[in-house]
Design a protein around this ligand. Structure first.
Ligand code: SF4
Length: 405
Protein backbone atom coordinates (compact mmCIF):
# COMPACT_ATOMS: atom_id res chain seq x y z
CA UNK A 1 0.00 0.00 0.00
CA UNK A 2 1.33 3.41 -0.99
CA UNK A 3 1.20 4.98 2.46
CA UNK A 4 2.85 2.09 4.31
CA UNK A 5 5.90 1.95 2.09
CA UNK A 6 6.61 5.63 2.67
CA UNK A 7 6.54 5.73 6.44
CA UNK A 8 10.00 4.28 7.16
CA UNK A 9 11.97 6.82 5.05
CA UNK A 10 9.98 9.57 6.81
CA UNK A 11 11.34 8.40 10.19
CA UNK A 12 14.93 8.02 8.99
CA UNK A 13 15.11 11.49 7.45
CA UNK A 14 14.46 13.35 10.71
CA UNK A 15 16.68 14.60 13.52
CA UNK A 16 17.04 12.33 16.59
CA UNK A 17 14.99 14.69 18.75
CA UNK A 18 12.09 14.47 16.34
CA UNK A 19 12.39 10.75 15.81
CA UNK A 20 10.61 9.82 19.01
CA UNK A 21 7.59 11.87 18.08
CA UNK A 22 7.64 11.03 14.43
CA UNK A 23 8.09 7.32 15.06
CA UNK A 24 5.20 7.45 17.45
CA UNK A 25 3.12 9.25 14.88
CA UNK A 26 4.19 6.82 12.20
CA UNK A 27 3.35 3.90 14.45
CA UNK A 28 -0.09 5.35 14.95
CA UNK A 29 -0.53 6.02 11.26
CA UNK A 30 0.61 2.55 10.30
CA UNK A 31 -1.72 1.14 12.90
CA UNK A 32 -4.73 2.88 11.35
CA UNK A 33 -3.69 1.87 7.89
CA UNK A 34 -3.14 -1.78 8.85
CA UNK A 35 -6.45 -1.89 10.64
CA UNK A 36 -8.44 -1.97 7.41
CA UNK A 37 -12.14 -1.42 7.74
CA UNK A 38 -13.19 0.44 10.84
CA UNK A 39 -15.71 -2.10 12.24
CA UNK A 40 -12.83 -4.54 12.74
CA UNK A 41 -10.49 -1.91 14.13
CA UNK A 42 -9.11 -2.64 17.54
CA UNK A 43 -7.40 0.74 17.27
CA UNK A 44 -10.67 2.63 17.61
CA UNK A 45 -9.61 2.78 21.26
CA UNK A 46 -8.44 6.36 21.65
CA UNK A 47 -5.55 5.22 23.86
CA UNK A 48 -3.87 4.10 20.63
CA UNK A 49 -2.73 7.67 19.93
CA UNK A 50 0.77 7.66 21.45
CA UNK A 51 1.18 10.09 24.32
CA UNK A 52 4.44 11.44 22.81
CA UNK A 53 2.46 12.54 19.78
CA UNK A 54 -0.31 14.03 21.92
CA UNK A 55 2.20 16.01 23.97
CA UNK A 56 3.95 17.29 20.85
CA UNK A 57 0.66 18.45 19.41
CA UNK A 58 -0.26 20.32 22.61
CA UNK A 59 3.20 21.86 22.91
CA UNK A 60 3.09 23.26 19.40
CA UNK A 61 -0.56 24.21 19.12
CA UNK A 62 -1.06 26.22 22.34
CA UNK A 63 1.51 29.01 21.69
CA UNK A 64 0.53 29.17 18.02
CA UNK A 65 -3.10 29.76 18.98
CA UNK A 66 -2.20 32.52 21.45
CA UNK A 67 -0.10 34.21 18.78
CA UNK A 68 -2.26 33.75 15.70
CA UNK A 69 -5.92 33.52 16.74
CA UNK A 70 -8.21 35.94 14.98
CA UNK A 71 -9.88 38.48 17.27
CA UNK A 72 -13.57 37.68 17.57
CA UNK A 73 -16.10 39.22 19.96
CA UNK A 74 -17.10 35.84 21.46
CA UNK A 75 -13.47 35.12 22.34
CA UNK A 76 -13.56 37.82 25.01
CA UNK A 77 -16.23 36.20 27.12
CA UNK A 78 -16.76 33.15 29.28
CA UNK A 79 -20.53 33.68 29.38
CA UNK A 80 -22.00 30.34 28.22
CA UNK A 81 -25.06 32.10 26.76
CA UNK A 82 -22.89 34.29 24.50
CA UNK A 83 -20.64 31.34 23.56
CA UNK A 84 -23.71 29.25 22.76
CA UNK A 85 -25.13 32.01 20.58
CA UNK A 86 -21.86 32.37 18.64
CA UNK A 87 -21.53 28.61 18.12
CA UNK A 88 -25.08 28.33 16.81
CA UNK A 89 -24.66 31.31 14.48
CA UNK A 90 -21.31 30.03 13.19
CA UNK A 91 -22.80 26.73 12.02
CA UNK A 92 -22.78 26.87 8.20
CA UNK A 93 -22.06 30.62 8.32
CA UNK A 94 -18.83 32.57 7.98
CA UNK A 95 -17.28 34.58 10.80
CA UNK A 96 -17.55 37.92 8.97
CA UNK A 97 -21.26 37.40 8.33
CA UNK A 98 -21.95 36.34 11.90
CA UNK A 99 -20.24 39.23 13.74
CA UNK A 100 -22.88 41.98 13.21
CA UNK A 101 -25.75 39.52 13.82
CA UNK A 102 -24.09 38.34 17.04
CA UNK A 103 -23.65 41.89 18.36
CA UNK A 104 -27.20 42.91 17.42
CA UNK A 105 -28.75 39.76 18.88
CA UNK A 106 -26.89 40.18 22.18
CA UNK A 107 -27.91 43.82 22.44
CA UNK A 108 -31.53 42.85 21.88
CA UNK A 109 -31.52 39.68 23.98
CA UNK A 110 -28.65 40.06 26.49
CA UNK A 111 -29.52 36.94 28.50
CA UNK A 112 -31.54 33.75 28.60
CA UNK A 113 -34.55 35.40 30.26
CA UNK A 114 -34.96 38.09 27.59
CA UNK A 115 -34.66 35.52 24.80
CA UNK A 116 -37.05 33.07 26.46
CA UNK A 117 -39.67 35.78 26.99
CA UNK A 118 -39.56 37.12 23.40
CA UNK A 119 -42.12 36.09 20.78
CA UNK A 120 -40.67 33.77 18.12
CA UNK A 121 -41.47 36.30 15.36
CA UNK A 122 -39.16 38.84 17.02
CA UNK A 123 -36.33 36.28 17.24
CA UNK A 124 -36.80 35.31 13.58
CA UNK A 125 -36.73 38.96 12.51
CA UNK A 126 -33.33 39.45 14.17
CA UNK A 127 -32.14 36.25 12.51
CA UNK A 128 -33.41 37.27 9.06
CA UNK A 129 -30.65 36.95 6.49
CA UNK A 130 -28.49 34.48 8.45
CA UNK A 131 -30.29 31.47 6.96
CA UNK A 132 -30.91 28.02 8.47
CA UNK A 133 -33.80 29.39 10.55
CA UNK A 134 -34.22 26.12 12.40
CA UNK A 135 -31.23 27.30 14.47
CA UNK A 136 -33.12 30.38 15.67
CA UNK A 137 -36.20 28.36 16.58
CA UNK A 138 -34.09 25.83 18.50
CA UNK A 139 -32.23 28.62 20.28
CA UNK A 140 -35.54 30.12 21.36
CA UNK A 141 -36.93 26.75 22.50
CA UNK A 142 -33.73 25.93 24.40
CA UNK A 143 -33.77 29.34 26.16
CA UNK A 144 -37.34 28.62 27.32
CA UNK A 145 -36.23 25.17 28.47
CA UNK A 146 -33.30 26.61 30.47
CA UNK A 147 -35.57 29.28 31.97
CA UNK A 148 -38.14 26.74 33.13
CA UNK A 149 -35.87 23.78 34.02
CA UNK A 150 -32.70 25.44 35.30
CA UNK A 151 -34.13 28.76 36.59
CA UNK A 152 -32.31 30.57 33.75
CA UNK A 153 -28.87 29.32 34.82
CA UNK A 154 -27.02 27.73 31.91
CA UNK A 155 -26.39 24.00 32.62
CA UNK A 156 -22.69 23.41 33.19
CA UNK A 157 -21.86 19.86 32.10
CA UNK A 158 -21.56 18.35 28.63
CA UNK A 159 -24.27 15.78 29.35
CA UNK A 160 -26.76 18.40 30.53
CA UNK A 161 -26.00 20.75 27.65
CA UNK A 162 -26.50 17.92 25.17
CA UNK A 163 -30.07 17.49 26.45
CA UNK A 164 -31.05 21.01 25.39
CA UNK A 165 -33.31 21.30 22.32
CA UNK A 166 -31.34 21.63 19.08
CA UNK A 167 -27.91 21.08 20.63
CA UNK A 168 -25.74 18.30 19.20
CA UNK A 169 -22.36 16.89 20.29
CA UNK A 170 -20.39 19.62 18.50
CA UNK A 171 -22.15 22.57 20.17
CA UNK A 172 -22.29 20.83 23.55
CA UNK A 173 -18.55 20.12 23.32
CA UNK A 174 -17.76 23.71 22.35
CA UNK A 175 -19.81 25.25 25.19
CA UNK A 176 -18.66 22.73 27.84
CA UNK A 177 -14.98 23.05 26.94
CA UNK A 178 -14.85 26.83 26.35
CA UNK A 179 -17.24 28.10 29.03
CA UNK A 180 -16.85 25.37 31.68
CA UNK A 181 -13.35 23.95 30.92
CA UNK A 182 -14.62 20.38 30.64
CA UNK A 183 -12.19 18.17 28.71
CA UNK A 184 -14.54 17.15 25.90
CA UNK A 185 -13.82 17.33 22.17
CA UNK A 186 -15.36 19.14 19.23
CA UNK A 187 -15.41 17.77 15.72
CA UNK A 188 -16.35 19.98 12.81
CA UNK A 189 -15.17 20.00 9.19
CA UNK A 190 -12.01 21.91 10.12
CA UNK A 191 -11.01 19.50 12.89
CA UNK A 192 -11.74 16.49 10.67
CA UNK A 193 -9.48 17.88 7.98
CA UNK A 194 -6.60 18.48 10.40
CA UNK A 195 -6.92 15.04 12.02
CA UNK A 196 -7.19 13.05 8.79
CA UNK A 197 -4.14 14.83 7.38
CA UNK A 198 -2.11 14.71 10.55
CA UNK A 199 -2.70 10.97 11.05
CA UNK A 200 -3.28 10.01 7.43
CA UNK A 201 -6.69 8.52 8.12
CA UNK A 202 -7.87 7.24 4.78
CA UNK A 203 -11.44 6.25 5.57
CA UNK A 204 -14.38 8.03 3.99
CA UNK A 205 -15.38 10.83 6.38
CA UNK A 206 -18.99 10.63 5.22
CA UNK A 207 -19.32 7.23 6.91
CA UNK A 208 -20.70 7.16 10.45
CA UNK A 209 -17.96 4.71 11.54
CA UNK A 210 -15.28 7.16 10.44
CA UNK A 211 -16.99 9.99 12.33
CA UNK A 212 -17.11 7.78 15.39
CA UNK A 213 -13.39 7.08 15.11
CA UNK A 214 -12.59 10.77 14.63
CA UNK A 215 -14.67 11.70 17.70
CA UNK A 216 -12.65 9.18 19.72
CA UNK A 217 -9.36 10.50 18.43
CA UNK A 218 -10.43 14.10 19.06
CA UNK A 219 -11.52 13.08 22.56
CA UNK A 220 -8.21 11.40 23.29
CA UNK A 221 -6.30 14.51 22.22
CA UNK A 222 -8.17 17.05 24.36
CA UNK A 223 -5.99 18.04 27.32
CA UNK A 224 -7.37 18.55 30.83
CA UNK A 225 -5.67 21.93 30.95
CA UNK A 226 -7.36 24.57 28.78
CA UNK A 227 -9.50 22.16 26.73
CA UNK A 228 -11.47 25.09 25.26
CA UNK A 229 -8.30 26.71 23.91
CA UNK A 230 -7.19 23.38 22.42
CA UNK A 231 -10.53 22.86 20.67
CA UNK A 232 -10.54 26.41 19.34
CA UNK A 233 -6.94 26.04 18.20
CA UNK A 234 -7.76 22.91 16.18
CA UNK A 235 -10.71 24.67 14.55
CA UNK A 236 -8.66 27.81 13.93
CA UNK A 237 -5.86 25.77 12.37
CA UNK A 238 -8.31 24.12 9.97
CA UNK A 239 -9.98 27.44 9.14
CA UNK A 240 -6.85 29.51 8.55
CA UNK A 241 -3.88 27.21 7.80
CA UNK A 242 -4.94 23.63 7.04
CA UNK A 243 -7.48 24.83 4.49
CA UNK A 244 -9.25 22.51 2.03
CA UNK A 245 -7.50 23.40 -1.22
CA UNK A 246 -4.30 25.29 -0.34
CA UNK A 247 -3.01 24.27 3.09
CA UNK A 248 -0.19 26.55 4.23
CA UNK A 249 2.01 23.80 5.64
CA UNK A 250 5.02 26.11 5.83
CA UNK A 251 3.18 28.14 8.52
CA UNK A 252 1.67 25.17 10.33
CA UNK A 253 2.71 24.51 13.94
CA UNK A 254 2.09 20.77 13.39
CA UNK A 255 4.12 20.54 10.19
CA UNK A 256 6.88 18.32 11.62
CA UNK A 257 4.29 15.90 12.98
CA UNK A 258 2.04 15.76 9.96
CA UNK A 259 2.00 12.51 8.01
CA UNK A 260 0.16 13.97 5.01
CA UNK A 261 2.71 16.75 4.62
CA UNK A 262 5.57 14.31 4.85
CA UNK A 263 4.03 12.18 2.12
CA UNK A 264 2.90 15.16 0.01
CA UNK A 265 -0.64 13.85 0.24
CA UNK A 266 -2.36 16.85 1.83
CA UNK A 267 -4.75 17.25 -1.08
CA UNK A 268 -6.00 13.70 -0.88
CA UNK A 269 -7.32 14.15 2.66
CA UNK A 270 -9.90 14.01 4.02
CA UNK A 271 -11.16 11.15 1.86
CA UNK A 272 -14.73 11.71 0.82
CA UNK A 273 -16.71 9.50 -1.52
CA UNK A 274 -17.90 11.46 -4.51
CA UNK A 275 -21.45 12.55 -3.95
CA UNK A 276 -24.20 11.84 -6.44
CA UNK A 277 -25.31 14.92 -8.33
CA UNK A 278 -27.41 17.34 -6.28
CA UNK A 279 -31.06 17.26 -7.44
CA UNK A 280 -32.34 20.45 -9.06
CA UNK A 281 -35.82 21.66 -8.22
CA UNK A 282 -37.55 24.13 -10.50
CA UNK A 283 -39.69 26.66 -8.62
CA UNK A 284 -41.99 29.45 -9.82
CA UNK A 285 -42.28 32.42 -7.42
CA UNK A 286 -45.26 34.76 -7.88
CA UNK A 287 -45.06 38.46 -7.05
CA UNK A 288 -48.46 40.14 -7.19
CA UNK A 289 -49.01 43.79 -6.38
CA UNK A 290 -52.21 45.58 -5.41
CA UNK A 291 -53.02 48.92 -3.78
CA UNK A 292 -52.60 47.11 -0.47
CA UNK A 293 -49.10 45.83 -1.05
CA UNK A 294 -47.67 42.55 -2.24
CA UNK A 295 -49.19 39.16 -1.65
CA UNK A 296 -47.17 36.98 0.70
CA UNK A 297 -47.71 33.58 2.24
CA UNK A 298 -46.48 32.14 5.53
CA UNK A 299 -44.75 28.75 5.67
CA UNK A 300 -46.39 26.11 7.85
CA UNK A 301 -44.63 24.85 10.97
CA UNK A 302 -42.47 21.78 10.60
CA UNK A 303 -40.91 22.31 7.19
CA UNK A 304 -38.26 24.34 5.52
CA UNK A 305 -38.48 28.09 6.33
CA UNK A 306 -41.29 27.47 8.85
CA UNK A 307 -43.07 30.61 10.09
CA UNK A 308 -41.31 32.80 7.49
CA UNK A 309 -43.18 34.87 4.92
CA UNK A 310 -42.43 34.58 1.20
CA UNK A 311 -43.95 35.16 -2.21
CA UNK A 312 -46.18 32.19 -3.04
CA UNK A 313 -44.10 29.61 -4.88
CA UNK A 314 -44.84 26.39 -6.75
CA UNK A 315 -42.56 23.51 -7.68
CA UNK A 316 -43.21 23.02 -11.39
CA UNK A 317 -40.97 21.23 -13.89
CA UNK A 318 -41.45 23.72 -16.73
CA UNK A 319 -43.32 26.72 -15.36
CA UNK A 320 -45.30 28.86 -17.82
CA UNK A 321 -47.34 31.99 -17.02
CA UNK A 322 -50.61 30.18 -17.80
CA UNK A 323 -49.70 27.10 -15.73
CA UNK A 324 -48.55 29.13 -12.73
CA UNK A 325 -51.73 31.29 -12.89
CA UNK A 326 -53.85 28.14 -12.61
CA UNK A 327 -51.98 26.91 -9.55
CA UNK A 328 -52.13 30.37 -8.04
CA UNK A 329 -55.89 30.59 -8.56
CA UNK A 330 -56.43 27.13 -7.06
CA UNK A 331 -54.45 28.11 -3.96
CA UNK A 332 -55.73 31.65 -3.36
CA UNK A 333 -58.94 32.05 -5.38
CA UNK A 334 -57.40 35.13 -7.02
CA UNK A 335 -57.57 35.38 -10.82
CA UNK A 336 -54.60 37.21 -12.19
CA UNK A 337 -52.68 37.55 -15.40
CA UNK A 338 -49.00 36.83 -14.98
CA UNK A 339 -45.97 37.59 -17.03
CA UNK A 340 -42.60 35.98 -16.79
CA UNK A 341 -39.89 38.20 -15.31
CA UNK A 342 -36.53 38.07 -17.15
CA UNK A 343 -34.57 37.40 -13.94
CA UNK A 344 -33.94 33.92 -12.56
CA UNK A 345 -32.33 32.90 -9.31
CA UNK A 346 -30.56 29.79 -8.00
CA UNK A 347 -30.49 28.91 -4.32
CA UNK A 348 -28.31 26.11 -2.94
CA UNK A 349 -29.64 24.10 -0.01
CA UNK A 350 -27.72 21.29 1.68
CA UNK A 351 -29.13 18.51 -0.50
CA UNK A 352 -30.71 20.29 -3.42
CA UNK A 353 -30.48 23.26 -5.69
CA UNK A 354 -33.59 25.41 -6.09
CA UNK A 355 -33.90 27.20 -9.44
CA UNK A 356 -36.40 30.05 -9.32
CA UNK A 357 -38.30 31.58 -12.21
CA UNK A 358 -40.15 34.76 -11.28
CA UNK A 359 -43.65 35.70 -12.42
CA UNK A 360 -45.16 39.11 -11.77
CA UNK A 361 -48.69 40.53 -12.03
CA UNK A 362 -51.05 43.19 -10.73
CA UNK A 363 -54.38 43.03 -9.02
CA UNK A 364 -56.38 46.21 -9.60
CA UNK A 365 -58.48 45.68 -6.55
CA UNK A 366 -57.02 44.57 -3.26
CA UNK A 367 -59.12 41.46 -3.44
CA UNK A 368 -59.71 39.38 -0.38
CA UNK A 369 -57.55 36.31 -0.57
CA UNK A 370 -57.84 33.13 1.38
CA UNK A 371 -55.98 29.85 1.22
CA UNK A 372 -58.00 26.92 -0.01
CA UNK A 373 -57.48 24.35 2.76
CA UNK A 374 -58.23 21.50 0.33
CA UNK A 375 -55.16 22.34 -1.76
CA UNK A 376 -51.91 20.82 -0.49
CA UNK A 377 -49.42 23.62 0.02
CA UNK A 378 -46.56 24.54 2.37
CA UNK A 379 -48.50 27.62 3.63
CA UNK A 380 -50.85 28.30 6.52
CA UNK A 381 -51.64 32.00 5.89
CA UNK A 382 -51.68 34.51 3.08
CA UNK A 383 -52.09 38.30 3.12
CA UNK A 384 -51.28 41.60 1.41
CA UNK A 385 -48.21 43.19 2.92
CA UNK A 386 -47.11 46.79 2.43
CA UNK A 387 -44.10 46.90 4.74
CA UNK A 388 -41.81 43.93 4.10
CA UNK A 389 -39.84 44.68 7.27
CA UNK A 390 -42.92 43.95 9.36
CA UNK A 391 -42.66 40.18 8.82
CA UNK A 392 -39.84 37.65 9.25
CA UNK A 393 -38.53 36.43 5.91
CA UNK A 394 -35.49 34.65 4.49
CA UNK A 395 -32.65 36.29 2.62
CA UNK A 396 -33.86 34.40 -0.44
CA UNK A 397 -37.20 36.24 -0.27
CA UNK A 398 -35.32 39.53 0.05
CA UNK A 399 -33.33 38.67 -3.07
CA UNK A 400 -36.49 37.78 -5.00
CA UNK A 401 -38.08 41.04 -3.86
CA UNK A 402 -35.06 43.05 -5.04
CA UNK A 403 -34.97 41.27 -8.40
CA UNK A 404 -38.70 41.70 -9.06
CA UNK A 405 -38.38 45.44 -8.28
S1 SF4 B 1 1.24 20.35 7.86
FE1 SF4 B 1 -0.15 20.98 6.28
S2 SF4 B 1 -1.55 19.27 5.99
FE2 SF4 B 1 -0.49 18.94 7.92
S3 SF4 B 1 -1.87 19.76 9.47
FE3 SF4 B 1 -0.43 21.39 8.92
S4 SF4 B 1 -1.42 22.55 7.26
FE4 SF4 B 1 -2.50 20.59 7.50
Amino acid sequence: MLWCTKIRPWITQNSPSEITNLSAAAHSVAHYIRAGTIPQMKSSDPADIPSALKNSIHKRLAPWFQRCKRPMPWRNTSDPYAIWLSEVMLQQTQVATVEPYYQRFLQHFPDIDSLAAAPLEEVLKLWAGLGYYRRARSLHRAAQFIASTYHSVFPCTYDQILQLPGIGPYTAGAIASIAFREAVPVLDGNVMRVLTRLLLIQHDIARPQTRKLLWKIAGSLVPNKNPGDFNQAMMELGATVCTPTRPRCESCPLATLCAARREHLQHRFPVRQSKSATPRISVAAVIIRSPQGRLMARRKPGGLWEHLWEFPAFELVRPTAAGVSKHFFALTGLRIKLKRHPATLAHQLTHRRMEYTLFTGRSLSAAKVELDAKIASPYDAVRWITDMTSVPKSRLTEKISALAG
